[in-house]
Write a new protein. Sequence first.
Lengths: 375, 384
Amino acid sequence: MPLYLNDEQAMLADTAKDFVAANAPVGHMRALRDSDDPTGFSRALWKQFAEMGFTGVLVPEADGGLGLGHVEAGVVLEEIGRNLSPSPFLTTAVAAVAALDGTAQRERWFPGILAGDTVAALAIDEGRKHDGRIAMAAERSGNGFRLRGAKRFVTHGHVADLLLVAARTAGSAEDADGITLFAVPRDAPGLTVTAERLADASIAAGIAFDGVALDADAVVGEVDQGSAVLARLLVAGRAGASAEMLGVGGGAMDMTVGYLKERKQFGVPIGGFQALQHRAAHLYSEMEVARAAVLKAQQLLDAGDPGAAAAVSVAKAMTGLAATLAVQEGVQMHGGIGMTDEYDIGFYMKRARVLAEMFGDTNFHANALAQSAGY
Amino acid sequence: MTEDLDAFRAETRAWLEENCPAAMREPVRSDKDACWGGRNYVPSCPEQKQWLDRMGARGWTVPDWPKAYGGGGLTAAETKVLREEMKRINARNPLNSFGISMLGPALLKYGSEAQKLEHLPRIARGEIRWCQGYSEPNAGSDLAGLATSAEDMGDHFLVNGQKVWTSYADEADWIFCLVRTDKSVKQAGISFLLFDMASEGVSTKPILLISGYSPFCETFFDNVKVPKANLVHELNKGWDVAKYLLGHEREMISGFGLAAGEDPLVTAARKGIDPLLRAQVALFEVRARAFSAMSEKFLDELKAGKAHPAQPSMMKYYGTELNKTRHELLMAAGGSDTLEWESAASNHGAAPRAWLRTKANSIEGGTSEIQLNIIAKRILDLPS
């Protein structure tokens, strides 16, 4: 399979580009922030995503979705990134759908996701860094389980209808085995949700589970066998976050290159100065390489290739490097105006920081790759 | 279509298993261990010659060239499958050749039928080794400022002047050479000539580099007679050919950023490495693996006509800078072992000499700074 978008994918990219730019440009995010919107995104926009078919991009056709792959999901995410559009698309239509796919839980949750009624959030992280540790306990209780512990950095967790919670049914925090993934309705008794607005104006929750009682049918997949489901969720989330970062970095780069052509000093456009040209050209190169890494990872994921998880780590680490460079150069090359709240470039910097942290940062993935290479 | 490709993959895999000698599935140990072919070719081992002949007979040294010119006549998809299957068994490139990577594509586009038939099959079989006469003492980054002249003498050209940084000129059989045929204009006064390095009046002088080796030469032309039939494309249109060829040269050089088989840096890291260096290597490997995807994407886009015409500049810039970093890290990982210059244990200083050699990667074929200029102007459309 050639490493570029095929005709159908390119068409979808055009559709997504027009749709997101028209309905959720950067101004949409700014308006939500300025009004201190407590949801953090627009439910009406999520409905529109469903009408476009986007929410079912990864849902199999047999379950009423589009039955497409991570390349297609990524195409939508790149536009979300480029426009800094607050959306539950990544957590819901990508990561949650990937986890629920093929399990008994899909019948309960897919219809709401397809309709744009259901929002999912991922309760995975427990420490301030994503590190693979799952300590939260799921104790057996009667026919079901009781969850005790706390989760952090749960994007949309304060308003989500569904929480996917990774908890431990055996072993200790560092073990890969003994994890079980639960589908928890957010209105379950015993949940305390604390919403936190983050630097990028998105809202993530801290969630305390104080003996939350669940039936056995809340288990996604099999008890103690959650690591495979969790891995599916995480690779999908990482590939998706990489694609969104491509959009964030690309948007910042385009805005910056545009500024270099239009801003004049000493009577000439500053883009004529070689000091800035070389930095812009270097940034372009980093972004191109990141784009290739993302597409490669998406294609391998869609092909079910055993090397997909490693390729996804490369993509997440590389987009972290490239998008971080893009927003840093963006603010610097904009000069003083880049520091103002009025100008959009600063929003790109904040969003890139949040995405870089999500599902493991560049160092986490570089380290994982090094370990699997045996050093 | 997919079924045909699957069948082709199965056949190719079986043929490679049968025909690629075990010794040719080992990494190339040094520059001298690679096969360059040519009139004076001395194989480093019998398997090397066997591998060249078998691949050459199938046209698979140049899989996507037409069969009529000694190629394999494969489609882009088949060529990719062949490359993947060769990579799967770590098969060596059967033939390193400037004829394949640079001149061939230019001849396919601009050569006359007679020139194609004369030169391409010999390139494919590794019978003639080519060198490139581009840079001159006063024409480096400003290549079009070249002065080597070709005077029209009726039935032939008379070539006089000097080239520099001519890779392996002392071992090459023929040269493709940029010459000035009109002094009154710059780019529009350049022509593209082919001639035999055994012609009277050609001499070469190797340049000793910081690596202790001499991969480059000064090349002198003193009243060299070149038949008119050896002019490629039209008179004074050589710059078109040169630009086209430079794109291919940069694409080849960008392969420098890729490790064949396992990255030697990973091998070195596995032997034990301090935590700070390990972190640098791990971050380097992210870029190296991402660039390997970039290389695949670039070739796919090139074949489909989707690549930006200036994209080779990005590939050249990124790949060469990456390779320089790889060798800096290899030197740090190797410690004093990689300082030994002559010992047998160090394979005559293979590591430090390779490290020093990579410093030319971002100079030859257009410096990194020139590539960044090209990206800024032609891709980002920044003002002059």
